[in-house]
Structure formats: structure tokens, C-alpha cells
Design a protein around this ligand. Structure first.
Ligand code: RB5
Length: 149
């Protein structure tokens, strides 16, 4: 699986912890940032979200202070289903029911241990399909009409 990861200044420490830990050895491209200098999270969110939406990467992981800004921004990119998750159950269900292709974490919300558990579950849980695919199709249809407006 190919993974695109990115963070703002509030997520850079957690990003490093994941890259040195649970993501080590996986096919991951780091879209930055690489320092704690203040940046605008939408810039990183759009870069990672576009890389996933284009099919260049299968999954994305975005980290800011809360995970919320990254999710709001990433979900503006057509084809992205970004889920902010602070617990293992939500991460699992975001894959099973929602086929989330971007996971958003809060560097000020979850510690590195919990974040590693969340990422592991999220990378491994399959999409259930069935009725959930029908529901996602409805979201896709709405997304198409937004982009036509
Ligand atoms: C700082 O820009 C902060 O708002 C950001 O890290 C994130 O928490 C946004 O949701």
C-alpha cells in the first residue's frame, strides 16, 4: 500500500513518531512539514489529498493540532473521504463503513502510542461494501453536483 503523509507545525512531532514507528518500512512519502515553523494546514491537506485523489497514493494521513482542520480541507478535494479519528473504534469504522481514504489525527489530541494503534487498525481494516457502497454512491452523486455548480 502506498501512503502519503503530511502535517502542519502542530502535527510534525507525531508525524515523525509514526514514520519512525508504525510506518517504518512501508511505502510512505512525506509531504512535510519538516519543522515547527508555523504554516497553513490547508496547503499540506490539499497536497496530500490531491495525491490520493489522483490515484498516485492509495491512502493519506494528515496531522494538525486537532485533525479537524485537515479533515475539513481534505474533504474539499473531489474523491476524498477524510476522517478525523481520536480512537481505535472510529478509525476501524471509518474504513469499514465509510471507506475513508484519508485519516486525520490531532497531534494535540492523541499521543504517539494511541496514534500508532489507530493507524494500524485504519491501514488494515477493509471496506465492508454492500449497503455502505450505496451510501457512498449518494455522497459521490452530491459531490458531482457540487463540482458542476
Ligand atoms: C493551527 O493552525 C491549528 O489550527 C491547526 O494545527 C489545526 O488544529 C487545525 O484544525
Amino acid at each position: 500500500m502506498t501512503i502519503a503523509i503530511g502535517s502542519d507545525h502542530n502535527g510534525v512531532a507525531l508525524k515523525e513518531a509514526l514514520l519512525q514507528g508504525v510506518l517504518k518500512g512501508l511505502d510512505v512519502r512525506d509531504f512535510g512539514v519538516f519543522s515547527s515553523e508555523s504554516v497553513d494546514y490547508p496547503d499540506v491537506a490539499f497536497a496530500v489529498a490531491r495525491a490520493v485523489a489522483s490515484g498516485e497514493y492509495e491512502r493519506g494521513i494528515l496531522i494538525c493540532g486537532t485533525g479537524i482542520g485537515m479533515a475539513i480541507a481534505a474533504n474539499k478535494v473531489k474523491g476524498i473521504r477524510a476522517a478525523p479519528c481520536s480512537d481505535v473504534y472510529s478509525a476501524k469504522m471509518s474504513r469499514r463503513d465509510n471507506d475513508a481514504n484519508v485519516l486525520c489525527l490531532g497531534g494535540r489530541v492523541v499521543g504517539p502510542g494511541l496514534a500508532a494503534e489507530i493507524v494500524t487498525v485504519w491501514l488494515n481494516e477493509p471496506f465492508a461494501g454492500g449497503r455502505h457502497a450505496r451510501r457512498l454512491e449518494k455522497i459521490r452523486t452530491q459531490e458531482e453536483s457540487c463540482h458542476d455548480e
